[in-house]
Design a protein around this ligand. Structure first.
Ligand SMILES: N[C@@H](CCC(=O)N[C@@H](CS)C(=O)NCC(=O)O)C(=O)O
Length: 198
């Protein structure tokens, strides 16, 4: 597997995922601050929008951290990062996998940019509903699916931590405790070291 990555970006999520997965991979540095980044034709094939992270695995090419999470968790089931297709937890898993790109990030962007919320018509509700739902999802813990850590925790845990780092996280003991559990995972710690080394 080849991970198209740039330090201190959302590609940290993919690094964390691949470290949880335990399957060998190669990192390909894509400098997103360099306008010539799409010169790499392999990267362009995997990421039509020129965004990191992106992945190449055999003939498979894809971008977006949630899509990458869904793919690797199913493709490499030995890591047990996703409930099997016939497991009733699969519904909650898929819902939480989409929560980051579909709800957390748009709600954060809305708030950050000062766009007027519209809970009824915006697909992500609004920032307050997003936080309330997240808090309810993590309060029983330890993970979104109870005892089972999954790729959804990588997506949601990293997003919650981004919110905290950007100073956007309202006071919430359950979310803070969840973030602490996430960032104490050895795979997350390894990913941070790799990301920092460049
Ligand atoms: N939904 C995507 C977002 C990816 C994204 O926006 N990545 C940013 C870096 S954090 C990027 O590559 N920006 C460069 C650009 O848009 O040219 C994901 O979660 O992977």
């Amino acid at each position: 597997m080849k991970l198209f990555w740039c330090p201190r970006t959302r590609s940290l999520r993919a690094l964390w995922l691949l470290e949880e997965l335990g399957v060998p991979y190669e990192r390909v540095f894509i400098d997103i601050r360099d306008p010539g980044l799409t010169r790499d034709p392999e990267f362009k094939l995997a990421s039509p929008m020129g965004k990191v992270p992106a992945l190449a695995d055999g003939e498979v090419r894809l971008a977006d951290s949630a899509a990458i999470g869904l793919y690797v968790a199913d493709r490499y089931p030995a890591a047990k990062l996703a409930p099997a297709i016939d497991n009733p937890m699969r519904g909650a898993y898929l819902w939480w996998m989409i929560y980051t790109p579909g709800v957390i990030e748009p709600a954060m962007a809305e708030k950050f940019s000062g766009i007027a919320p519209n809970r009824l018509s915006h697909g992500w509700g609004d920032f307050e509903l997003m936080i309330e739902t997240l808090e309810n999802g993590v309060k029983d813990g330890p993970w979104l699916l109870g005892d089972k850590f999954s790729a959804a925790d990588v997506l949601v845990g990293s997003s919650a931590y981004f919110m905290k780092q950007f100073g956007m996280l309202p006071q919430s003991k359950p979310i803070e405790a969840y973030i602490d559990r996430c960032i104490k995972r050895p795979a997350y710690e390894r990913a941070l070291v790799i990301d920092a080394k460049g």
